[in-house]
Design a protein around this ligand. Structure first.
Ligand code: NI
Ligand code: MN
Length: 222
């Protein structure tokens, strides 16, 4: 059984019976109350170095002897802090034990000198998941949907720092994802959104289904 477990904000875990990987492990200051010590993972994927994404990646990496997968600048920075890291960059793919990772562009600050924010398309034991990271809508999402058959698109809808709900509807149209999970909203008042409204609009305008996953809960992945 494969699961998506939502912590909160842009932090979630993909897991099987034998393995788990975490994305953007922002825990210190996350309303979820989850602590780094609660996390058991083999890999940590980091989209950019803003505090609400890099978060507790270094601490979790040390505790679990887990590998950090990110852009070269972040991989270098965490290596210097004694973490195992695999540096990649936009357009590159690499095969990890759980499956292939493709680094996608994200239009957003890197949070680290010389870097670039990214997203990930992960083939997690045969399920293709696109995590957009923090980004605006961009028209090459159409290309990503052509390059990879996306089963689940995990998209920010908070607005202010990233695309908001109406742009995210357009993103779903471009990506042609089967299912969509909105994230990066309702963490703070500045990114308050109504996911039910987003769900209604996506399901009216596209064939995709929106799964609203409450923080702290999991859904089974097909
Ligand atoms: Ni950010
Ligand atoms: Mn963010």
């Amino acid at each position: 059984m494969k699961k998506f477990h939502y912590i909160h904000h842009a932090c979630f875990i993909l897991e099987t019976e034998n393995d788990a990987i975490i994305f953007d492990p922002f825990l210190d200051g996350n309303p979820s109350g989850v602590k780094p010590a609660d996390i058991k993972v083999s890999h940590i994927l980091v989209s950019h170095a803003h505090a609400d994404h890099l978060g507790s990646a270094i601490e979790i990496a040390h505790k679990n002897k887990a590998m950090i997968i990110s852009t070269a600048e972040i991989a270098n920075m965490v290596s210097e802090k004694g973490c195992a890291a695999h540096g990649m960059h936009i357009g590159g793919s690499y095969l990890f034990p759980f499956g292939k990772v493709r680094i996608t562009p994200a239009f957003h600050g890197a949070g680290i000198a010389g870097g670039h924010a990214c997203g990930f398309i992960v083939d997690f034991y045969g399920t293709t998941i696109y995590f957009a990271g923090d980004t605006s809508l961009f028209s090459d999402m159409k290309l990503l949907g052509e390059l990879e058959k996306i089963d689940y698109a995990i998209l920010p809808i908070g607005d202010n720092y990233t695309m908001g709900p109406s742009d995210a509807v357009k993103a779903v149209e471009l990506l042609k994802a089967k299912e969509v999970i909105p994230i990066h909203y309702n963490t703070w008042p500045v990114i308050a959104q109504d996911p039910e409204k987003f769900k209604k609009e996506v399901e009216q305008k596209t064939p995709a289904k929106v799964l609203i996953v409450k923080p702290g809960s999991s859904i089974e992945l097909s």
